[in-house]
Design a protein around this ligand. Sequence first.
Ligand SMILES: NC(=O)c1ccc[n+]([C@@H]2O[C@H](COP(=O)([O-])OP(=O)(O)OC[C@H]3O[C@@H](n4cnc5c(N)ncnc54)[C@H](OP(=O)(O)O)[C@@H]3O)[C@@H](O)[C@H]2O)c1
Length: 354
Amino acid sequence: MTTGDPRRKALVVGASGLVGGNLLERLARDQAWDVVTLSRRAPSEHEGVSHLAVDLLDAEQCRRAAPALADVTHIFFCARSVEPNYVIKLDSNRLIVENLLDALLPVAKRLRHVQIIHGMKWYGSNLGPYRTPAKESHPRLPGPNFYYEQLDALIKRQEGQAWTWSTLRPHFICGVSVGSPSNPLSTLGAYAAILKELGRPLDFPGEQGAFEAALNITDVRLLTEAMEWAATEPRCANEAFNIVNGDTFRWRDVWSMLADHFGMQAGGVKPMKLRAFMADKEPVWASIVRKHGLRSGRMDDIADWAFADVMFVGAWEQTASVVKAHRYGFNGMVDTEEMLIDILTQYRALRLLP
Ligand SMILES: NC(=O)c1ccc[n+]([C@@H]2O[C@H](COP(=O)([O-])OP(=O)(O)OC[C@H]3O[C@@H](n4cnc5c(N)ncnc54)[C@H](OP(=O)(O)O)[C@@H]3O)[C@@H](O)[C@H]2O)c1
């Protein structure tokens, strides 16, 4: 921030989640930012950070919260409305953006930027093979997409205004979070722990094609760095950016390394629907929790098996170009193999996973 700029105040929406919680960690320790958070559950506590418990699906609750948020300068929208079994509905995800903006925009006179976190579902990564590496300039797909609805709702409200927007597109976000189970690495770690407890090797639960497909994923620490950059770099105004680690990997190539980390033998490709397989494994998880003195109570707090079934089903390349972000000045990169072990080690140190 240049001298003389008014102080920045961030509203982190979805601060109890994986992305929002990690952004909160970043901004709360940065003197350049004041921070206020919003979600239904409280996020981790930080000195000087206040929290508003608001259900974004309730327009009246949003209106009641708005006066307390009138001085925010940057909105980081990291909320996502997910129903049981990883069902993500279009209408509710459009509404959470519309309700917040319609309540806040009339009062937020210092607003400079609104950022929404999206992902590779923008390109249909969850639907089947698509054009890769995905570029921000690729045309939208036909058919419904909750990200399109959210961005259109945002752009409609921004036209003619002084504030700007940005949107970032990460893929399979890796990072530590508590109580936010749609998380690739906590889910993988819980999967490994359960197979180990059952005396089985670390089998790959997807198809052979998914084991071998080229993938890009995103370290949440890289993502939060990019979030701050895109929200404050004037050249990023009204632009979208892919944010992935910058290298490509295949589960096939890291599976033995992961098995070593978990103290297991690497198994073979044994496709299974984890949602069905895990349906009766809560007692197994309870025994793991006791044995290792873990802090994670229920298996549902750490692993989302419907999400895992989506993560391991994709037998197609899922890669994205990061050229645009680099051209605009963001040069962060992460070595995916190092990141996998680093984050799983953090989970172990925090006694969230064995
Ligand atoms: N996880 C991934 O691997 C991944 C990959 C690519 C893209 N993304 C995208 O990244 C964004 C953030 O995802 P995430 O993984 O951080 O999600 P998450 O961990 O599930 O967190 C979602 C956040 O939204 C809040 N929320 C949900 N419904 C709400 C409501 N009605 N009112 C208020 N707050 C509500 C939740 O808080 P409460 O429940 O406390 O209200 C939580 O803080 C999403 O757009 C997602 O699609 C995620």
